[in-house]
Each structure stands twice: as structure tokens, then as C-alpha cells.
Write a protein of this length. Structure first.
Length: 444
């Protein structure tokens, strides 16, 4: 059953999206959070049908064809994405202040191809008595067209996805002309599309196998039939490799004094260079408080990052359910598994090359309840992971590893402080470990 707030049945029947269920999430009302290791069903492209919809006063009843356990609580989302509260596209000097968003069948704030963005004192909160606030991300910043992005004094609670996601989209090369100057591409979610960018933009070319930067090219013309660069693609580039518009990345990102609490997925996905994140709180998110995971497999969201600083932040009770990875702060670039010369659209593993440069992870506090790793980074070079503090809130809990660095070069990992002491460090060469194994907390 569900509450329908005295809306008459004919109107409910007229809303077609109500006659399907795209997602089911098991929920713990005693903690007002998603259940630990509970059901999390996503059926975006193949939703469950709703039948037998009836309404009696403020109470609605319907059936879905899925076996749920009697006595447990579940959140059913009829619509996960698409209906955003606020969307800005191709705009300059975007500001949103002093705003509270309680509920929407999509994301809270979305920007696409915008320049100079400031989000200040914006809140996404649960209404009293509701188990979830909005159905997807609190804020989502796609392809920021240079300029600054500032998120200051905000509070994001109880979303159906991430608290924040800032990224630039990759596009995969589909065909290459004989002179290697003209390409067609596949974009996000593999849907065929025109090269996303402007004439004169500089595109970076990444190996889909390794995330190695192969070189760059400048756009001369753009057409659905094929987009042309002023010079040939790098010799190593081939079909399926990735293009990313360097002009569609922010010059500087500042995240300050913002809380990410109780989200179904991660606290913040910070897939952008030249970032400073300070004095934020990441608490009770089912996945890492912060994740940097450029994706060359499914979502096509990037990019690799450099000059990225995370300092004086607090992580508490993250990484316990749906979006769990091996650590509270997780950094890796995902490349696909290959079969028959083609990339997988579902299975991937961390790239074995140094995809991340000049990261500073310093003076953060990690308060943990399950003994997970505090920091795990893959393919990082010329970076610092120092002066952090790790506290185990459950007495007797002792992680096997506090700080892990795989395939890293020139990374200063000490000193840090751990309770119980001493801190345990792990450094190793790259190996093939799948994304699914990382979600289960496996280590190479």
C-alpha cells in the first residue's frame, strides 16, 4: 500500500508512470536508512508492471510481480530519472541559493554544458515520515564548460542515488576514415550520436584498454555522418577508444562545508581535476563517501584526474550496502573486459596504468563500524596520503588494511594515525580484479 494524499483514482490511473515500478529498495525504518545488504532491484529498461491499483481514502493498494519478504519495508520507485527539480543547460553564471527540495521523480539540480556554477545553501531533505527524499542524485554536473563550480554550505540527505556527481562524458570511436581524421562515435549508454562538442575544441584520446592518454586532436567540423579533426588521430588510437572534450571540464571545483547523508549510493562522485574539497561530512551512504571512478564500460563518465585535493573532511559509517566498494575513499579507472576484440558493456576492472596524478588526501577523519579500508587507490602517481586519522567505532574491530595503493608510483603514504594502532599499509602491482569483486571488498 502507499499514501496517495486524497488524489482521486481516475487521476492516478491517468499517470502512466504509476503503472510500473523501476526500482525496489529494502529499507530499515529503525535506522531510517537503506537496509544492510538488503534488496536493491533496478529495472529501468524492463520495469515491473503494476496491477490491481485501488484506492481507499489516503491508502492505495497494488500488486507487483516480485517476491518480497513479509514483515520487511521496501521503497518502490515508479520513476527513477528524467523528472528533475531544476535543470540548467548551456548557461553562464548559474547560481542557486537558499533552496530546499523534498521530493521529485528524478534528480534535484542538474547542469549540462554550463559555465560558472555556484550552488550555496541548497538542501535536499526527507519530508517528515518519508523514507527517501528525491529519487536520484541530489546534484549532477555534466560537461561543465570551463569556469568554476562551487558547492558551499549544502545538505544532501536520503537520495535514491548519489549526493553529487561531476563528470565529463566519454565518447567511443565507432569508425575511423582512411586518413584517420574523420570519426563516428557512440556516446553515453552506447547510443549513436554526433560528436558532443564544438568546432575548435580539443579532444583527448584515451586507450579503452588501459586509460593511457594517447594524445589530442582539435575539431574542424561536426556532423552525424562523421566529425573531422585538423590532424590525424594518434597512431595507437583505434575503434572503441575514448574521446573526451577537454573544453567540457571545469577549471576549478570547490566543495566546502557540505553534508552527504544516508544516500542509497555514494556520497560524492568527484571525477574532475583541479578540485579542492574541504570540511565536508560523508555519513551513512551505502557506498564510499567519495569515489573517483572514470568509467569506460557502461556509463561513459570521466575523467581521470590531477591536482585533486581532499582535506579536513569527515567520513562516518559509509560503505555498508548497495554501492559498497572496498574503502570509504575509492579511486580507480574502470576499463572493460574484452571478448572477440569487443569491449564488455557490463564487466570491467581497474586500469593498470597511472591514470591519476597529484592527489592530496590529507588531514581527513575516517570513523568506521565495519573494518573496511579507509583509502584504496589504483594507478596513482606523485601524490600524498598523509596525516589522516582512522577510528574503529566498534571495539575489537581491526581492518586487515587501512591504506591500500595498487600500481602506484611516488606516493607518500605516511604518517597517518589509526585506532587501534598501528596503521596497516598495502602496496602492490596491478592485477586483474573485477568491479564486482571490488564491491564485495576483495583485494588483489
Amino acid at each position: 500500500w502507499f499514501r496517495c494524499r486524497d488524489v482521486p483514482l481516475p487521476k492516478w490511473n491517468g499517470w502512466k508512470w504509476l503503472h510500473k515500478v523501476q526500482a525496489i529498495l529494502e529499507y530499515d525504518p529503525s535506522k531510517n536508512l537503506p537496509s544492510i545488504d538488503g534488496l536493491d532491484l533496478y529495472r529501468l529498461n524492463d520495469p515491473l508492471a503494476v496491477s490491481g491499483l485501488t484506492i481507499n481514502g489516503t491508502r492505495g493498494v497494488f500488486s507487483v510481480n516480485w517476491e518480497l519478504e513479509k514483515g520487511k519495508f521496501y521503497i518502490l520507485r515508479h520513476q527513477v530519472y528524467d523528472y528533475n527539480a531544476v535543470t540548467f543547460e548551456s548557461s553562464i553564471n548559474v547560481e542557486l541559493r537558499d533552496t530546499v527540495i523534498y521530493s521529485i521523480a528524478g534528480m534535484g539540480v542538474v547542469t549540462e554544458n554550463c559555465t560558472e556554477i555556484r550552488i550555496e545553501n541548497v538542501q535536499v531533505r526527507k519530508k517528515s515520515g518519508r523514507p527517501m527524499s528525491i529519487n536520484a542524485d541530489a546534484t549532477h554536473y555534466n560537461n561543465c564548460r570551463r569556469g568554476r563550480v562551487q558547492i558551499i554550505n549544502c545538505f544532501f540527505e536520503g537520495q535514491g542515488d548519489d549526493g553529487m556527481n561531476i563528470n565529463t562524458h566519454f565518447q567511443a570511436i565507432s569508425t575511423i576514415s582512411t586518413d584517420r581524421k574523420t570519426v563516428t562515435v557512440n556516446g553515453r549508454l552506447r547510443a549513436a550520436q554526433t560528436l558532443y562538442g564544438n568546432i575548435g575544441d580539443i579532444f583527448l584520446v584515451f586507450s579503452r584498454h588501459t586509460f593511457e592518454l594517447l594524445g589530442s586532436v582539435q575539431v574542424e567540423s561536426i556532423s552525424r555522418m562523421g566529425s573531422t579533426f585538423s590532424t590525424a588521430l594518434p597512431k595507437q588510437a583505434n575503434i572503441y577508444d575514448l574521446l573526451l572534450d577537454a573544453n567540457n571540464t571545469a577549471d576549478f571545483v570547490y566543495l566546502h562545508n557540505t553534508t552527504f547523508y544516508g544516500n542509497r549510493a555514494r556520497g560524492a562522485l568527484l571525477k574532475t581535476s583541479n578540485l579542492l574539497a574541504t570540511h565536508n561530512t560523508f555519513s551513512s551512504n551505502t557506498g564510499p563517501g567519495v569515489q573517483v571512478y572514470p568509467d569506460g564500460v557502461y556509463w561513459f563518465e570521466g575523467s581521470t584526474v590531477r591536482n585533486w585535493t581532499l582535506s579536513h573532511n569527515t567520513f562516518h559509517n559509509n560503505n555498508y550496502a548497495t554501492a559498497r566498494m572496498e574503502s570509504d575513499l575509492f579511486v580507480a579507472a574502470e576499463v572493460p573486459e574484452w571478448s572477440g576484440g569487443k569491449p564488455s558493456e557490463r564487466n570491467g576492472f581497474p586500469a593498470k596504468t597511472e591514470a591519476f596524478h597529484t592527489l592530496k588526501i590529507t588531514n581527513n577523519v575516517f570513523k568506521q563500524t565495519r573494518g573496511e579500508e579507509a583509502v584504496a587507490v589504483y594507478g596513482v602517481t606523485n601524490s600524498e596520503i598523509q596525516h589522516n586519522k582512522v577510528e574503529q567505532m566498534n571495539k575489537g574491530m581491526k581492518p586487515k588494511v587501512n591504506f591500500k595503493c595498487v600500481g602506484c608510483k611516488n606516493v607518500a603514504e605516511k604518517p597517518n594515525t589509526c585506532q587501534p594502532s598501528p596503521c596497516v599499509y598495502s602496496s602492490s602491482s596491478p592485477s586483474t580484479i573485477t568491479y564486482k569483486q571490488l564491491q564485495q571488498g576483495s583485494t588483489p
